[in-house]
Design a protein. Sequence first.
Lengths: 154, 154
Amino acid sequence: MGIEIERKFLVVSDEWKRLAEPVFMRQGYICSLPGRVVRVRIEADSAMLTMKGKSSGISRGEWEYAIPLMDAEELLRNLCEQPLIEKKRYRIAIDGLVWEVDEFLGDNAGLIIAEVELLSEEQSVILPNWVGEEVSHDHRYANANLFKHPYTRW
Amino acid sequence: MGIEIERKFLVVSDEWKRLAEPVFMRQGYICSLPGRVVRVRIEADSAMLTMKGKSSGISRGEWEYAIPLMDAEELLRNLCEQPLIEKKRYRIAIDGLVWEVDEFLGDNAGLIIAEVELLSEEQSVILPNWVGEEVSHDHRYANANLFKHPYTRW
């Protein structure tokens, strides 16, 4: 088991956009209960199957496995709740941290979330000037929620 | 994706028991909806993560991955619905087919199910004399149902 410790923010400007080339991601959920998530994700030519457990603060157990791309396509089509989440992810390294900025597409177009993964809950973070309000504890911004309650219908 | 084509029967005697040595299995479900199953199974020292899709007759899409034993222990404890299913499985080769006889334990003690996996829905099967009523289409006997409605409480 890995422990995912993650803080999540809205952004306040487009400055992040020139800092990285995006990759396209498509993902869906076989299970999207709060303490029991099974996610299938395709990024470029590779695919992952990820399980996430109960959150405790900003930490969460995570189990992740690479799976064949064709399996992922089948699972997204046959087992995942619809619609799928589509987004462009920009990975931006700043001050020893990697910021992942997700620009959502489709029903979530207009939503942009910046995430940073930490080694401990107490780790201090220097916020880039394009980072705004923290939404780590706002369940509406969970990807497993966004396909059910997409941003354009908030 | 593999296709699982499987027929399932009750047994009418104990004759199968002397035909194989059992292995002990422990399994649980992260998701147990009819068309969307995510199962974690430990058999001896190895562990599998299995996804199953919608049934069509006795056929069903199946995606299966070996995972580390320790991950499986964590997933069974933290993400799977409780209680887990525990059973002894006897694998018996007869006439070119492998019969799997599951002797359930715990809350399902007393239940014994014989399964045979086929290459096509039309494949003919010679039933051993210890095989009784077919229950392929009886959802009560699905493992994903047995932990919720265990046999001893039927």
